[in-house]
Design a protein around this ligand. Structure first.
Ligand code: 2M8
Length: 458
């Protein structure tokens, strides 16, 4: 265990990228040098949550760099690009976001699940250095709050309590079966040849990794078509949210949004910013209410909604997202037992190496393909923290402890990979269980986080 923590820290050390932009030096951690050579929003939020236990300065640096490319409208992008890195497609040249850039800091044009507020609150409460604490409040908190204002203002224009995401990459679970149906709104025949040929020429993930474990070609055509559309609308989010053919109220994104507002409201209360705390607490409450209404009483699943047309439709796929409302405390006590039974059902999610990202019984389940079945440390982390919220339930706490153990031993046994075969090697007999890219930063950061967090009295 101690040895694995050391190995985790050395991965986080090796994945550091230092750069000076606009006269300021940034130290940020890339997800994996094998492919993801820039800074990703919810990856870095996770890195900071682990790093704070072992190196407060680096946790601060990670967040400092993450907010550095914030747009004037408040958006914090999915990717903050590192200069001169060519491995990743789509790099900065494909986004057309130059006019939104902060000087030399270039970014993509979409966002990712809002884990940042949760990360900020965790880093703030675990930082002992008074100097760093005050820098967190002065230099980072205002930008995190501005990001929340952006999300509320631009992504919930109808004030429903649920934010709209406009690209599968914004959901973080890029090729989740939940997006199959909404993506059908984009007909392949309508995608210009110029977009398809960009993908054909420059797509690199399927060359650097086994294409079986990555999203399909049609997915990439659609991903890049959405980028092309948003670019043609000048990255005007009033237009994008109204017109995007992919527009979804995502359960996972909104559960994190709810919890991020709760976590930030607590920080704001401790520094006597009570009006701001109340505002964010109000957003958390309205989102929790709206999430509750998304539970299908027949199946017990929380359903995302396709809102790309005037008549919103429920999305039927059965995936790990259904456990995220635990984190938002949006699972009523009377429903918690059935949610826990679904989670621990070996024929659905509680596989040999849980938690499968898509239910085993779902027709879309694929043990190798990215977000369509494999187990991911990041989603396990959310399930663990969600279970922790149900402190009065001995059953929830015993499942949580079991999942902590299983997540740590999965990483111990197979190394710090991007994701893992949920059936522990059964999908590729004789081949290793880990999948995707290696020396993966958030798997390392989650290892550190879980090791320390379980020792805390919470
Ligand atoms: C994956 O997504 C990127 C696009 O953002 C990609 O496949 O190129 C996802 O797993 C996402 O959740 C993650 O943040 C990113 C970097 O680890 O990789």
């Amino acid at each position: 265990m101690v040895e694995s923590v050391q190995r985790a820290i050395s991965i986080l050390d090796k994945n550091v990228y230092q750069v000076t932009l606009n006269g300021t030096t940034y130290r940020r951690t890339v997800p994996s040098k094998e492919f993801y050579v820039h800074q990703w929003l919810w990856d870095s939020a996770t890195h900071a949550m682990g790093l704070v236990y072992v190196d407060e300065q680096r946790a601060f640096d990670e967040l400092f760099s993450l907010v550095s490319g914030q747009w004037e409208n408040g958006l914090i992008a999915q990717i903050t690009f590192n200069p001169n890195e060519k491995k990743y497609f789509p790099g900065p040249e494909y986004w057309g976001t130059e006019k939104c850039a902060t000087g030399e800091i270039k970014t993509s044009g979409i966002t990712q699940p809002p884990l940042l507020g949760i990360s900020f609150a965790h880093v703030f409460s675990h930082t002992h250095s008074k100097k760093l604490q005050s820098r967190l409040l002065l230099e980072i908190l205002p930008k995190v709050l501005k990001y929340h204002d952006y999300l509320k203002d631009y992504r919930d224009p109808e004030n429903s309590g649920l934010l709209t995401v406009v690209h599968p990459w914004e959901t973080g679970l890029d090729n989740s079966p939940r997006w199959d149906k909404p993506l059908q709104n984009i007909k392949l025949a309508d995608i210009p040849d110029s977009v398809k040929s960009l993908v054909n020429r420059y797509r690199s993930d399927d060359k650097l990794s086994d294409p079986r474990v990555r999203p399909g070609l049609d997915d990439y055509y659609r991903y890049m078509y959405l980028v092309h559309l948003f670019k043609s609308w000048n990255w005007d989010y009033r237009v994008i949210v109204k017109k995007s053919p992919f527009a979804v109220k995502d359960i996972l994104f909104n559960s994190l949004w709810c919890e991020a507002n709760e976590a930030l409201a607590k920080v704001l209360t401790t520094i006597d910013r009570n009006d701001d705390a109340l505002r964010l607490k109000g957003w958390a409450d309205e989102t929790r209410q709206a999430l509750r209404a998304r539970r299908d009483p027949v199946t017990g699943y929380f359903r995302d909604q396709d809102v790309s047309s005037a008549t919103p439709t429920d999305i039927g796929a059965n995936t790990i997202a259904t456990f995220l409302p635990l984190l938002a405390e949006a699972v009523d006590e009377k429903d918690a037992a059935s949610t826990l039974s679904l989670l621990t059902d070996p024929a659905q999610f509680w596989t040999k190496t849980p938690v499968a990202s898509t239910a085993l019984s779902a027709k879309e389940f694929d043990p190798l393909k990215y977000w369509r079945g494999p187990t991911w440390p990041i989603t396990n982390l959310f399930v663990i923290e969600g279970l922790r919220k149900y402190a009065k339930s001995p059953r929830a706490q015993s499942i949580r402890k079991e999942l902590e153990d299983k997540t740590l031993s999965m990483i111990d046994a197979h190394g710090f990979f991007e994701y893992y075969d949920p059936q522990n090697g059964a999908a590729r007999p004789g081949k290793p269980t880990p999948l995707g890219f290696g020396s993966f930063s958030w798997s390392a950061a989650i290892y550190v986080y879980l090791t320390y967090r379980r020792k805390e009295v919470v």
